[in-house]
Design a protein around this ligand. Structure first.
Ligand code: NAI
Ligand code: MG
Length: 477
């Protein structure tokens, strides 16, 4: 079994306590590796390294095209390591090998994209009077702390680290304790690219220890968090205590509205990826479908056929489509939700319980006749459980879709693009997908309405959240 280390100030180090976190393969429950477990003292070292690198101005004063070149080298080294790193990501997270390798390439895409924007972060000159030259400069915050979830351990890290680097911040990344190994391959890519020490530090520790200590550290100037609403709110309190900005990307309970004229095979294809892919552990999962009553029976039949057809297996087995959830805790939680739906009167037309095999596999579950007041329609399940609700007129469908504290994603299935645009305008969500879930890319802004969080990741807009504006006025007389 291989032992992994933290990457602090350009060095590979064990935690001072020598404690380790063991990492499991959720497909078998076998231990596949271990990593040094960072505690407060290790967080101090990582933050100090970041702070010193920021103070040295090595990144801030680097000619801007050199910064871009360095980012492209990180991208190149990340691509080189994508197969090896993707393999570990597949084993520690459970998702398919192809999806795991793609995540590394997504990180590379992010670094290339933001590399191209480094020299386009322009300030303004502002007319004040003829005797004043007034201009703005965009400056980094300093030490930016990134707390990463386990469902997309690399993609979530890549989008924030690339933005942070492009804008000149020094970064400390705390990976999730359930999936910390793959990020060490990204750290290797950072090292191979020749990034000066301290600009990107990557550590793993438990959330309530290293995570909480990092977020509340006095020398951290900026926080990026992706994860649950409960933890996100704690992070916001920590940020508020220090009056520093926090970007939070939290959960979702996204609904797709199915019009009577929808191509139902499009809905099924979206279900394949957006609720059964990655075992439904996706913040923008298509976890509810609000379906017109005239097409519901036909759609249910198609969803059951899909659920039956999905090949259950580990991500590293060719052709696996329904891979495990991350942990026994998660499996119990997901199974409990499915049970609660049935107890409340929904019908499990497929699935509803764990798969009888080793590992943490949950059946592809389709709950029919769900009502919006049921827990399964209100809370984020984060598993392969799809709730199907019925509507008669479109205003009712929109009310159902919006009747949630979340506002991350939403969808519309219809051949009529006028209806699609009208519906999109009514949905309280940060992204709306029409006829296909997940149409976005590295360039499209991503984030939540309501309790799904605020600020945006990805795209040009994201840069604003990593920069502060300095206004300079020069008296010319
Ligand atoms: P979590 O939100 O507790 O964990 C996410 C990250 O936050 C991890 O790196 C963790 O170590 C860290 N963390 C945990 N407690 C912390 C604290 N007090 N201070 C600072 N950092 C802390 O998520 P968890 O417990 O792993 O999963 C619980 C539920 O959260 C899931 O069932 C799912 O509903 C949701 N979730 C949503 C995600 C999303 O993409 N929106 C991602 C992961 C989880
Ligand atoms: Mg937790």
């Amino acid at each position: 079994m291989r032992s992994y280390q933290n990457y602090i100030n350009g060095e590979w180090v064990d935690s001072l306590s020598k404690d380790k976190i063991q990492v499991e393969d959720p497909s078998t429950t076998n231990i596949i590796g271990e990593i040094s477990c960072a505690k407060n003292a290790d967080v101090d070292l990582a933050v100090e390294a970041a702070k010193n690198s920021f103070k040295s101005r090595i990144l801030v004063d680097m000619p801007i095209l050199e910064r871009a070149k360095l980012m492209r080298r990180i991208a190149e080294e990340t691509r080189k390591i994508s197969k090896e790193g993707g393999n570990i990501l597949c084993y520690e997270n459970g998702k398919s090998m192809a999806a795991a390798v793609k995540e590394f390439n997504d990180v590379a895409d992010m670094f290339e994209y933001y590399a191209g924007l480094t020299d386009k972060l322009e300030g303004k000159t502002i007319p004040v009077s003829n005797s004043v030259l007034d201009y703005t400069v965009l400056e980094p915050y300093g030490v930016s702390a990134h707390i990463i979830p386990w469902n997309y351990p690399l993609a979530m890290l890549g989008r924030s680290a690339a933005c942070s680097f492009a804008t000149g911040n020094s970064t400390v990344i705390k990976t999730a304790e359930l999936t910390p190994l793959s990020a060490t391959f990204f750290a290797k890519a950072v090292e191979n690219a020749g990034v000066p020490p301290g600009l990107i530090n990557i550590i793993c520790g438990y959330g309530n220890e290293a995570g909480a200590y990092l977020a509340s550290h006095p020398d951290v100037n900026h926080i990026v968090f992706t994860g649950s609403v409960v933890t996100g709110k704690k992070i916001l309190h920590m940020a508020a205590d220090k009056a520093i900005p926090a970007i939070v990307e939290l959960g979702g309970k996204s609904a797709g509205i199915v019009y009577p004229d929808a191509n139902l095979d499009d809905v099924v294809e979206s279900a394949r990826h957006a609720i059964f892919g990655v075992a439904g552990q996706i913040c923008t999962a298509m976890s509810r479908l609000v379906v017109h009553k005239t097409v519901k029976d036909e759609l249910i039949t198609k969803l059951v056929d899909l659920s039956k057809s999905l090949k259950v297996g580990p991500g590293y087995e060719e052709g696996s489509e329904l891979t495990p959830v991350i942990s026994n805790n998660q499996l119990e939680k997901v199974e409990g939700y499915a049970r609660s739906g049935v107890q409340a009167g929904a019908e499990a037309v497929h699935g509803g319980k764990r798969v009888d095999r080793p590992g943490y596999f949950m059946e592809a579950t389709v709950l029919n006749n769900v009502k919006q007041n049921m827990t399964v329609a209100r809370e984020e399940i984060f598993g392969p459980v799809l709730s199907v609700l019925e509507y008669q007129d479109i205003d009712e469908a929109i009310d159902i879709a919006n009747d949630t504290n979340y506002g991350l994603g939403g969808g519309v299935f219809t051949k009529d693009l006028n209806k699609a645009a009208w519906t999109a305008s009514k949905l309280e969500a940060g992204q709306v997908y029409v006829n296909k879930w997940f149409t976005g890319s590295h360039a499209t802004p991503f984030g939540g309405y309501k309790q799904s969080g605020y600020s945006r990741e990805k795209g040009i807009q994201a840069l604003n959240s990593y920069l502060q504006i300095k206004n300079v006025g020069i008296s010319l007389v």
